[in-house]
Design a protein around this ligand. Structure first.
Ligand SMILES: *Cc1c(COP(=O)(O)O)cnc(C)c1O
Length: 389
């Protein structure tokens, strides 16, 4: 059997490797505090489960769903965007369902890149952007995001010939893995950049509802002219603890949304209709639920950030996401620190390099773990004198 170059060039998915390390440590009898993968530990709320249970019993929901999502689901997405962001969407032309946003993001590169076209991507960034670019035959052009540039790609650093050949710019705010947020001015700048160079602005908004201290992330579609050049990827996964359910949406520029739909129609057959019924329910009651949940995450965030800062770090408290992005102590690389931490303390974190080489020198903590375990992690760090210096 011959494997394609395409397959050979794909690095192993980082979380699959981490799962393996974890399994090995567990087999050695280590009690692991897992601050690795960002997957909500809290359950999907009851009001969604009730809607799902009822929908499951209805045989009408057992047949193939419409490719683009049921009309009531697309309308619920449009209504939610109106209520949450004050953005008007045409449910027929500007909204499609996704089998989780990862699916839509991966297919976006097939939709918007011809072989040789450039995708401008943040480094570090969600690994799917780069790999899906390669799968599509595109060329990733990665730019560093870091403390110095406020975790915002410096658009004026991009040479003219790259702007010429680029077809896609990916943004992700609130950001995984850094927890960074974007300024309004930057989002406006990105739209102007997209319009000027005819580059589709793709916003990954997976974390819009996980935010703290009164901060409310914005949709890029809130900004003037965004719909002319932007598509946004969103998902119920992180907001409603529904990562395993696989339901998300792409919204924005009608031509872009329809083009993505054309690719998807030939690859998948949509989301189980009962899940779409549950998704409608989720979106229509988001306010009460999200507030309570963010209180829980905020308390967890404070435990970790305060705990690390007592040990010599000097971290700001992220305003959104369930991630804390921190430097490794001197003398370590991302990988060597993650291994040292696991072996000495049983605490599992993700090396920054899992998100691109510019993540070197950093690690990511996820707070999707109960408070008691986070307190345990801080206690172990103290006991083993793991400090920042
Ligand atoms: C989790 C995540 C996604 C994908 O989530 P889905 O479950 O596929 O909707 C997309 N982007 C980022 C940055 C994420 O962290």
């Amino acid at each position: 059997m011959k494997l394609t170059e395409r397959i050979k060039n794909i690095p192993p998915y980082i979380f699959a490797q981490i799962d393996q390390k974890k399994a090995e440590a567990r087999a050695r009898g280590i009690d692991i505090v897992d601050l690795g993968i960002g997957d909500p530990d809290l359950p999907t709320p009851d009001y969604i489960l009730d809607a799902m249970t009822e929908a499951l019993r209805n045989p009408d929901n057992h047949t193939y769903p419409p490719y683009e999502g049921t009309k009531p689901f697309r309308q619920a997405v449009a209504d939610w965007y109106k209520d949450r962001f004050d953005v008007e969407l045409d449910a027929d032309k500007e909204v499609i369902s996704l089998i989780g946003s990862k699916e839509g993001i991966a297919h976006a590169f097939l939709t918007f890149l011809d072989p040789g076209d450039i995708a401008i991507l943040p480094n570090p960034g969600y690994p799917v952007y780069k790999v899906a670019t390669l799968i599509a035959g595109g060329v990733p052009y990665q730019l560093p995001v870091n403390e110095e540039n406020n975790y915002q790609i410096n658009l004026s650093d991009i040479p003219a010939d790259i702007c010429e050949k680029a077809n896609v710019l990916f943004l992700n705010y609130p950001n995984n893995p850094t927890g960074a947020i974007a300024s309004d001015a930057y989002l406006e700048e990105c739209i102007a950049f997209g319009l000027k160079h005819n580059i589709l602005i793709c916003m990954d908004l997976a974390y819009s509802e996980v935010s703290y201290d009164g901060y409310r992330p914005k949709s890029i579609l809130e900004f003037k002219d965004a719909k002319k050049i932007a598509i946004e990827f969103h998902s119920l996964s992180k907001t409603f603890n529904m990562t395993g359910w696989r339901i998300g949406m792409a919204v924005g520029n009608a031509q872009a949304v329809q083009a993505l739909g054309k690719i998807k129609t030939n690859i998948d057959s949509g989301i189980f209709k009962a899940i779409q019924v549950a998704g409608i329910k989720a979106l229509s009651h988001y306010k009460e639920f999200v507030q309570g949940q963010n209180k829980i995450y905020q308390e967890r965030r404070d435990i970790i950030v305060d705990g690390l800062n007592e040990l010599g770090w000097n971290l700001p408290k992220p305003k959104a996401t369930f991630y804390i992005w921190a430097k490794v102590p001197q003398g370590f690389t991302s990988a060597s620190f993650v291994i040292e931490l696991l072996e000495k303390t049983g605490i599992m974190v993700v090396p920054g390099t899992g998100y691109g080489d510019c993540g070197e020198g950093y690690f990511r903590i996820s707070i999707t773990t109960p408070k008691e375990r986070l307190l345990e992690a801080v206690k172990r760090l103290r006991e083993h004198n793991i400090r920042f210096s």
